[in-house]
Ligand binder design. Structure first.
Ligand code: ME8
Length: 519
């Protein structure tokens, strides 16, 4: 039986439309999910929307609709974004679903049964934008002298009766977890940050609110709804059918990877493991915090007028070009920047010129000169063997090793180096000259290229699934030979002998022009 792999994204606040950060996270998770499927894992991939909390309640009030109406309308944009970007999720979890309320209440009951919840009065600072409590010592001063959260968002003084979670009791257990499993939090810089924070000591956490009712009801405590992060984090269990601990839960929990952005690391690496320990539920294996994506180096905001709809970017430049760009441009874990010029540039040079042209030249040469019949191999020489070694090492060893380690940019770079090696080979071998001087060698060269191109198509499939599969379809590569382990060359002779005919190819990556408004 295939080994399970459970991956999740954060669930987005649907108080506005999806932005590039949401697209970035969904695409990264999708690349990892597709890669793991290609490695033969039984992947479960979950995403969704985080629909409770004050932020949603306030936005709905501003718009004159109910929070439920806002959630219904806006969550659809997130589903559409996933579908437009070719995100291969299995479950889209909405937190307003009844099953999610039941799961959150069960988690609550277990934490209560463990003696970790008590009723008291909360007095302190709260940021609605971050849906987070802050200590006085963490606040910074804004330009007008007002107090802001460390993320620069407004905070308000809040006083209300509240349930508390005994987070302080988990300080040592969390530190022991980080020490015992250094890769629980990645990248390392974030683990160090979180470890330092926890070493400073943890205060108990306010986990319910009474001043509004848009949330999951606290069991047995009228007037209290859960703090939105308690229910939000529980989504990772809900999607597996919790509190039923058989079925999908038994199969996929604990999660292999929670993929999140850096601003919500604390919630996932302090609160979440503490809640789970309290409830007696196994902890996720890894939390990876990716960096932030900036628009020409700036945070997108309505006031700057630079908010980009990721679906527009995909429409303008192509879904796969956008996916490739985002994964290739930014070292995963670090912040990065994007601009239409940068997308067009990489799209044209790396996908269009380097890979697309390599495939186009090779396949159209075969289609024209051999009437589409796959070229025969008349013995390989050292140059062929060297190319096979470079491409084989990339596709069978280095790319999967990098992707498995979430070094996505490095994996793509390895792929591109192998593409360059093929371009060097085609120029050196010059099959167009061999056509007259040595037709047999020409055939061997074309066959070598054909096999290497198929391997490169398989190797980059997780990143550009639509284009890679269109290419492999066009080339007749059997479905069973598109995985990393099965991509060798043994399928080539049977395919060639099967009478398969290559049709004149269509270019994979038409040249992109920068639209006038961005030039
Ligand atoms: O935080 N670049 O939701 P959210 C990259 N509901 N990633 C970004 C980003 C940017 N510019 N802006 C945001 C929430 N993100 C909670 C999560 S999980 C149980 C609850 C990332 O809609 C952000 O870090 O504000 C988070 O991982 C995701 O987008 C959703 O952000």
């Amino acid at each position: 039986m295939a080994e399970p792999f459970y991956i999740t994204t954060a669930i987005s606040y649907p108080n506005g439309k999806p932005h590039i950060g949401h697209a970035y996270e969904a695409i990264a998770a999708d690349v990892i999910a597709r890669f793991q499927r290609q490695m033969g894992r039984d992947v479960r991939f979950q995403t969704g929307t985080d629909e409770h909390g004050l932020k949603m309640a306030q936005k709905a009030r501003d718009l004159g609709v109910t929070p439920a109406q806002l959630a219904d309308e806006m969550s659809q944009y997130f589903i559409d974004m996933c579908d437009n970007l070719n995100i291969s999720y299995d479950v889209f979890q909405r937190t307003t679903e009844a099953g999610h309320h039941a799961a959150s209440q069960e988690l609550w009951r277990r934490m209560e049964a463990n003696g970790d919840l008590y009723l008291d009065r909360y007095e302190g600072w709260y940021s609605i934008r971050d849906e987070a409590y802050y200590d006085e010592s963490e606040l910074v001063e804004g330009e007008g002298g007002d107090k802001l959260s460390p993320q620069g968002t407004p905070v308000e003084w809040t006083v209300e009766e509240s349930w508390f979670f005994r987070l302080s009791a988990y300080t040592d257990k969390l530190l022991a977890l980080y020490a015992a499993q250094p890769d629980f939090i990645r990248p390392d810089s974030r683990r160090n940050e979180i470890t330092r924070f926890v070493e400073g000591g943890l205060r108990d956490l306010s986990v319910s609110r009474t001043s509004f009712d848009w949330g999951v009801k606290v069991p047995g405590s009228d007037g209290h709804v859960m703090y939105v992060w308690v229910d939000a984090l529980t989504n990772y269990l809900t999607g597996l059918g919790f509190p039923d601990e058989g079925g999908d839960f038994a199969k996929y929990w604990p999660a292999d990877l929670h993929l999140i952005g850096k601003d919500i690391t604390r919630f996932h690496t302090i609160y979440w493991p503490a809640f789970l320990m309290s409830a007696g539920i196994a902890l996720p294996k890894h939390v990876f915090s990716h960096g932030f994506l900036l628009n020409r180096g700036q945070k997108e905001s309505k006031s700057l007028g630079n908010v980009t709809d990721p679906i527009d970017l995909a429409d303008r430049f192509g879904v796969d070009v956008l996916r490739y760009f985002l994964m290739r441009e930014v070292a995963f874990g670090q912040d990065g920047s994007y601009s239409p010029e940068a997308i067009v540039n990489r799209g044209n040079t790396e996908l269009g010129n380097a890979f697309g042209n390599l495939a186009q030249r090779t396949l159209s040469f075969i289609a024209k000169n051999l009437e589409g019949a796959l070229p025969a191999i008349h013995g390989h020489d050292a140059a062929d063997e060297e190319l096979f070694a470079v491409v084989g090492r990339a596709v069978q060893d280095d790319i999967p090793a990098a992707f498995a380690d979430l070094a996505l940019q490095q994996g793509i770079d390895t792929w591109l180096q192998a593409v360059f090696a093929c371009n060097g080979y085609i120029d050196n071998q010059a099959p167009w000259t061999l056509r007259k001087t040595d037709p047999e060698r020409m055939e061997t060269v074309l066959a070598t290229l054909f096999i290497c191109i198929a391997q490169l198509g398989a190797g980059i499939q997780a990143v550009i699934p639509e284009k890679a599969n269109a290419l492999l379809d066009m080339m007749g590569v059997p479905q069973g030979n598109r995985g990393f382990a099965s991509v060798g060359a043994h399928w080539y002779a049977p395919l060639a002998e099967s009478g398969f005919r290559l049709a004149p190819p269509t270019p994979l990556f038409p040249r992109l022009e920068l639209p006038a408004e961005d030039a």
